[in-house]
Design a protein around this ligand. Structure first.
Ligand SMILES: Nc1ncnc2c1ncn2[C@@H]1O[C@H](COP(=O)(O)OP(=O)(O)OP(=O)(O)O)[C@@H](O)[C@H]1O
Length: 769
C-alpha cells in the first residue's frame, strides 16, 4: 500500500493549523478535524487514531506521521491521514538495503496493544514514501533503531533563552546570551545558523544539541513533539565538532569501524552488519577511494582536510541519527571543498530525511542556495528564520535591498552586524527585530499552548523524577550502552594497540633511547669495583636508574594523554562507551612497548655494570625495574588526566618527579626530613624502587676499606658491610618484598585515581530542556 508521489506533493505546505502538532512529516499530512470519530484518547493521555478494522484481520494501517498527540479538550485538529485499505506489502529487500515500496505507514493499535507495543510497532513500520532510499540492515525491521527510531526527527524550539553567570563577588551577574529564539528544523531540511562573531550561533547549536556544560537554558525544545531525556538524547543525535579529532594512525575504515562496533547496538546488529554499515557510510560520503588510507596529520601526511571532515561526519553517521548538528563544518576548508561538504550534507538530508542543523560562517552563494532555512542571529536574538530567498524579500520590503552582484550571505551579515558606536546601525537592528516580531509566526508557528504546557509538565516530572513521562526515546527502546563493557574494552584496546604499534617513530625512538642509556650507564659504571669507590658507584648508578626509568616512561604519556583525552571527551559525549573501558584500553595498550623498552635496558645493563653476579638478584632487579616502570606510567596517566593541556603537563610532570627524587632516599636522609614533608617519601615511587634496588644489591656484600676492615680509617668513615650502607641511607626498611608490593600498590592506586579523574574531566554535563 502506498501513497503516490503526487498525493504527497499536494500537501507539501504547512497545514493551516500545524501549531498543535510538531510531528515529523507534518508537511505530508492531511488535516482532519478532531471531532472525526477516528481520533481517540489513549490510556496514557495521548491522542491516537482509532483502530479501523479494515485490511487484513484486525490490523489496518494509518499514516499520521507516526505520532501520538497529547490529548486535550481544546484541540481542534490533528494531522493524520488514514489509509483504510489493504495491508502494506512487506518491504522488498535488496542486499542490505530496502527500497521503498510503501509510504509512511504505521499500524493502528488494537485494543489489546499496550502503549509500548503501539510505539514499537509505530517505529518499525515507518518507511519513506517518496521513492527515497532508506538504509536498513538486513534482518532488522527497525532499521538502525536510531533517532526517532526511523531516522527522522523534527526539532522545534520556542523562546529558548540561555544565560551564564559572569564575574565574581559583587560584580557577579547573569549574562543572557540567547534572548528568546524560536525555530523549527524538519526532517530532510538543512538549517544554517548564521550571524556575526559573538551573535550566539554556537550557543544556540549547543543548547539544541544539549551540549551546554554551564549556564541555564530555558524555553521549550521538542523532538518529534516530545521532550528529550538527558540519558539517551546523546545517542539519538550526531554532533560534529569543528575540530576533526581522530587517531592519525588509523585508516578511514578503521576509524568508522570502531565507531560502528561501539555505537551500533549488539542487540540489533551482528558484527557483519556493523561492517556492512561502515561500507554504506563510506559510499554515502564518497570515501570509498580513501577507505584504507591513514587519517594522518600535517607531519606524516594523510587524507585531505575535506576528507577528514567527511570522516568526522561519518563517525556520527554510522548510527544513522535523525539529526546531525555541525559546528562550522566548512571552516578551514577551501571554497570548493566547503561546497562539496555542503553538497554531501544536502544529499544526506534529502535522501535519508535527516535534519541537519549547523552553524556556518560566510557561506558562498552556491552554499546558501542549498540551505533550506537560515537562522540569522544578532546579539542573541533571531532576526530571521526561514528561506534565504524570503529573507531577501523581507529585508527589501524594509528598505534594505541586496545590491546586485553581492553574495546574499555577505549582505545579511553586514545588515545584522551592529557597531555599538554607531546609533544608525543600532536603529537598523531594532527595526529588523521589530519586523521579525511581526512576521515570525508566518515562518515559525508557535507551539500549541496545551502542548507547551504538557512539555513543561513533563520537564518538571523529569526533573523531579516522578510522574508519567513520555519521551521521544520511549519510542526508540534505546539502551544506555550499545555494547557490553568487555566488548567496549576489546574494541578500544584493539584501536589503541594499532595506534601505538603504528607510531613507528615513537617506538624506534623509545627503543633507541633505552639502548643509548644502557650504553652510557653500562660504560660509565663499567665493572664497578668492590672498594669504597664501588660503593659510591653502586648507590649512584642505582639511583640514576630509578630517575631515568621514571622519566623515560612518565613523560611520553603526560604529553600524549591530554590530546587523547579530547577524543575520549568527544566519544563520551556521544555516549559511545564507558570511561572505565577507555581507560583500561589506554592503560593496557602502552604496556607492551614499555615492557620491551625497559627490558632492552635492564637485562644487559646489570651485567655490564657488574652488579652482584647472581641470577636470582638479576631477576629481582628486572622485576623491580618493571614495577617502577608500571608505577611511573600510572603516575603519568594520573598527571595526564588531571591537567587540561600538554603545556601544563610538561610543567607538572617534572615537578612531581623532582619531588619524588628529593624524597627518594639518596639526596636527603629520610629520618632528617622535616615531619611536615616527610609523608612524601611514602608516596615516592623512587624511594621504594631505590630501597628495593639497594637491598637487592648491597645485602650480602662486603667492601674493602682503605687499610683493610671497616670503621674509621685514615680519618674517613668506611662502611664495609652492605647492610650498614643501606641502613646509613635509611633504606633498610621496609624490606625489598614490601617495597615491591608498595610500588605495585602505588601504581594501582595512581591508575584508579587517574581513571576517576578522567571520568570527571571527560564528563560532558548535558543540560536538556
Ligand atoms: N560560558 C560563557 N560565559 C560567558 N560568556 C559566554 C559563554 N559562552 C558564550 N559566551 C558569550 O556569548 C556570546 C555568544 O557566543 P557564541 O560562541 O555562541 O558566539 P558565536 O556566534 O558562535 O561566535 P563565533 O562565530 O565567534 O564563534 C559571546 O559574546 C561569548 O563571549
Amino acid at each position: 500500500m502506498s501513497i503516490s508521489g503526487s498525493q504527497l506533493e499536494m500537501t507539501q505546505t504547512d497545514p493551516p493549523h500545524s501549531s498543535l502538532v510538531p510531528t515529523r512529516e507534518a508537511d505530508e499530512n492531511v488535516v482532519i478535524p478532531l471531532d472525526d470519530p477516528s481520533i481517540m484518547q489513549r490510556e496514557d493521555g495521548w491522542a491516537i487514531p482509532v483502530p479501523k478494522a479494515v485490511g487484513i484481520g484486525t490490523e489496518s494501517y494509518v499514516t499520521n506521521g507516526g505520532m501520538a498527540q497529547p490529548w486535550q479538550d481544546g484541540v481542534k485538529e490533528v494531522e493524520k491521514h488514514v489509509q483504510n485499505t489493504d495491508r502494506p506489502p512487506r518491504p522488498e529487500r535488496t542486499g542490505s538495503l530496502i527500497r521503498d515500496s510503501i509510504s509512511i505507514s504505521i499500524s493502528t493499535p488494537s485494543d489489546q496493544d499496550t502503549a509500548s507495543e503501539v510505539r514499537q510497532r509505530t517505529s518499525r513500520q515507518y518507511q519513506d514514501g517518496k521513492g527515497r532510499e532508506q538504509t536498513f540492515v538486513e534482518g532488522h525491521e527497525d532499521g538502525d533503531g536510531s533517532a526517532g527510531c526511523d531516522g527522522r526527527m523534527d526539532i522545534y524550539w520556542e523562546n529558548v533563552r540561555y544565560s551564564v553567570t559572569v564575574g565574581r563577588g559583587k560584580s557577579k551577574k547573569e549574562k543572557e546570551i540567547l534572548k528568546g529564539v524560536s525555530g523549527r528544523a524538519r526532517p530532510g531540511e538543512m538549517v544554517a545558523i548564521m550571524g556575526g562573531s559573538g551573535a550566539g550561533k554556537s550557543t544556540l547549536l549547543n543548547v539544541l544539541a544539549g551540549r551546554v556544560p554551564t549556564g541555564t537554558p530555558t524555553g521549550v525544545i521538542l523532538a518529534n513533539g516530545r521532550i528529550r531525556e538527558k540519558r539517551t538524547w546523546k545517542r539519538l543525535v550526531g554532533y560534529v565538532e569543528q575540530e576533526d579529532l581522530m587517531y592519525e594512525n588509523l585508516t578511514v575504515r578503521e576509524t568508522l569501524t570502531t565507531a560502528a562496533l561501539l555505537r551500533l547496538p549488539n542487540s540489533r546488529y551482528t558484527k557483519d552488519q556493523k561492517l556492512a554499515r561502515v561500507d554504506e557510510v563510506l559510499a554515502e560520503l564518497g570515501l570509498t577511494h580513501v577507505a584504507d588510507s591513514r587519517i594522518g596529520n600535517s607531519q606524516m601526511g594523510g587524507i585531505s582536510g575535506g576528507e577528514k571532515k567527511r570522516v568526522s561526519i561519518g563517525i556520527e553517521l554510522v548510527t544513522n541519527p535523525g539529526t546531525l548538528f555541525l559546528d562550522e563544518p566548512t571552516t578551514g576548508l577551501d571554497s570548493a571543498t566547503a561546497r562539496n561538504i555542503c553538497d554531501m550534507l544536502k544529499n544526506l538530508a534529502k535522501k535519508s530525511g535527516k535534519t541537519i542543523i549547523m552553524t556556518i560562517h560566510m557561506p558562498r552563494e552556491t552554499i546558501l542556495d542549498m540551505i533550506d532555512r537560515v537562522a540569522l542571529m544578532s546579539y542573541g536574538k533571531m532576526v530571521w528564520f526561514g528561506p534565504a530567498k524570503d529573507a531577501l524579500k523581507h529585508f527589501a520590503q524594509l528598505g534594505y535591498k541586496c545590491p546586485p552582484q553581492t553574495n546574499p550571505a555577505d549582505f545579511f551579515l553586514d545588515l545584522i552586524q551592529v557597531d555599538t558606536r554607531d546609533p544608525t546601525s543600532q536603529e537598523r537592528l531594532k527595526k529588523l527585530l521589530d519586523a521579525w516580531d511581526r512576521v515570525s509566526t508566518q515562518y515559525v508557528k508557535p507551539i500549541d499552548s496545551a502542548l507547551r504546557e504538557t512539555a513543561t509538565g513533563q520537564q518538571q516530572a523529569l526533573k523531579e523524577k516522578k510522574g508519567a513521562r513520555h519521551k521521544v526515546e520511549d519510542d526508540c527502546h534505546i539502551d544506555r550502552w550499545a555494547v557490553p563493557w568487555p566488548v567496549e574494552c576489546g574494541v578500544l584496546l584493539q584501536r589503541n594497540l594499532k595506534h601505538v604499534w603504528r607510531s613507528k617513530i615513537i617506538i624506534i625512538s623509545t627503543l633507541i633511547q633505552q639502548f643509548i642509556l644502557f650504553l652510557i650507564i653500562g660504560f660509565v659504571f663499567f665493572r664497578i669495583s668492590d672498594d669504597q669507590a664501588g660503593v659510591q658507584n653502586r648507590y649512584g648508578v642505582l639511583f640514576f636508574i630509578c630517575i631515568n626509568q621514571t622519566f623515560s616512561f612518565l613523560m611520553p604519556i603526560i604529553t600524549v594523554f591530554p590530546l587523547e583525552r579530547r577524543i575520549i571527551l568527544r566519544e563520551r559525549a556521544a555516549g559511545s562507551y564507558r570511561v572505565s573501558a577507555a581507560y583500561l584500553a589506554k592503560s593496557l595498550s602502552q604496556w607492551p612497548l614499555a615492557i620491551c623498552a625497559s627490558l632492552l635496558f635492564s637485562l644487559p645493563v646489570y651485567w655490564l655494570i657488574g652488579l652482584q653476579p647472581n641470577v636470582g638478584r638479576w631477576i629481582l632487579f628486572i622485576v623491580i625495574t618493571q614495577c617502577l616502570v608500571f608505577a611511573a606510567q600510572s603516575l603519568g596517566m594520573l598527571i595526564g588526566s588531571s591537567v587540561p593541556n600538554v603545556q601544563m603537563a610538561q610543567v607538572f610532570g617534572p615537578l612531581v618527579v623532582v619531588l619524588f627524587v628529593i624524597f627518594g632516599g639518596n639526596f636527603a636522609n629520610q629520618d632528617s626530613i622535616t615531619p611536615v614533608l616527610r609523608w612524601i617519601q611514602w608516596i615516592s615511587i623512587i624511594r621504594y624502587a631505590y630501597g628495593a634496588y639497594m637491598q637487592n644489591e648491597f645485602y650480602g656484600l662486603e667492601f674493602q676499606c682503605p687499610g683493610g676492615g671497616g670503621g674509621a680509617s685514615g680519618g674517613a668513615l668506611c662502611a664495609a658491610q652492605g647492610e650498614q650502607i643501606v641502613k646509613s641511607f635509611g633504606l633498610d626498611t621496609p624490606s625489598k618484598a614490601v617495597c615491591i608490593i608498595v610500588l605495585v600498590g602505588l601504581g594501582l592506586a595512581f591508575q584508579v585515581l587517574a581513571a576517576l579523574v578522567l571520568r570527571r574531566t571527560t564528563r560532558l554535563r548535558i543540560k536538556i530542556i
